[in-house]
Unconditional design. Structure first.
Length: 322
């Protein structure tokens, strides 16, 4: 087994690194790593349905889709992520309890009694401390999980507080749970670094042949290439969302406007604006463009003078489409 040292806290880089090591190495791997504040989506989720878009934009929080399934999680520097990559035989690779047991045993040594509960969670007294997901590639499985140690829970809850009622789709929906920090349940207070060392020591003791591995220049180059080609693109993070319909009624100058949108592969395929005839002209101009706030806003401003609508009306329509 390789213990790969992961000093980076750039979420785009770290999510790309997991795919890189899964697909380009042959050895079993274990990693501990952290991200700056970011929202990490499951592969088959509707990005806009999972996030508080206003909060995300206001606080410049990256939204990144991973290759594993499951639900949305929030990362910050109070959260520690763990990753296993292991070889196996088809049909026997997926095993959530096998990969979470070492974490449970480390927590037990620290006087914290955690259990594998819910769909794929670790919980303390019913409160969630860890969400887990897996992805199979050929004869290898990637298992990763969060460990809320001293995260900003108010920011976590706000970032993923979304209005799901506006969306209709068949995307995987996150199971919202009440969360807690591991540090709040420790009798003897330790730092996150000491907690990380406890997990590492446990893994080393139980894998005596393990070797440390540092990301080299070639690894770094390939990971960064994957960041640019995939993980920093709107097409992957938002456009990959399954087909969905969006519906909302807003008011413009005290008059109702019902907005209905059908989106496929991130693009607006049909759009209905009901209740304000002056805006019907916009409908054709917004077809086949990305369901993206910045692109829609720019498009509307291009036609602002032609239909004589105010800046406030444009902003109301843009906000009403999300």
């Amino acid at each position: 087994m390789l213990f790969i040292e992961r000093p980076h806290t750039d979420p785009y880089y770290n999510i790309a690194a997991e795919e890189y090591f899964l697909k380009n190495f042959q050895e079993d791997i274990f990693m501990l790593w952290q991200n700056q504040p970011s929202i990490i989506l499951g592969k088959h989720q509707n990005a806009l349905k999972e996030i508080n878009l206003d909060f995300v934009k206001k606080n410049n929080i990256p939204v990144i889709r991973r290759i594993s399934g499951g639900g949305t999680v929030f990362h910050d520097l109070g959260n520690l992520n763990f990753t296993f990559i292991k070889n196996g035989s088809q049909g026997k690779l997926v095993n959530f309890e096998n990969f979470t047991t070492p974490i449970i045993l480390v927590l037990k040594e620290l006087g914290v009694h955690a259990k594998f509960e819910g769909k794929n969670d670790l919980r303390i007294n019913g409160l969630k401390i860890s969400g887990n997901a897996e992805h199979v590639h050929k004869n290898r499985v990637l298992h990763h999980g969060t460990l809320l140690f001293s995260s900003n829970l108010s920011e976590l809850n706000e970032a993923i507080k979304a209005d799901e009622s506006k969306f209709h789709d068949k995307a995987i929906v996150s199971n919202r749970s009440i969360v807690t920090n591991i540090s709040d349940h420790l009798n003897n207070k330790i730092s996150l670094k000491e907690f990380q060392n406890s997990i590492q020591d446990y893994m080393l003791h139980n894998n005596p042949s393990a070797k440390f591995y540092k990301i080299n220049e070639q690894d770094d180059s390939w990971i960064n290439e994957l960041v640019v080609r995939k993980y920093k693109t709107w097409k992957w993070n938002f456009g990959y969302s399954p087909k969905y319909n969006f519906s909302q009624t807003i008011h413009i100058e005290n008059k109702p406007l019902k907005i209905d949108i059908e989106v496929q592969s991130g693009e607006i395929k049909t759009l209905k604006l009901t209740g304000e005839k002056n805006l019907e002209f916009l409908r054709s101009k917004l077809i086949n463009i990305n369901h993206d706030m910045d692109i829609i806003r720019k498009t509307l401003y291009n036609y602002k003078d032609q239909i004589n609508i105010s800046q406030n009306t444009i902003e109301d329509v843009v906000n009403g489409m999300f």
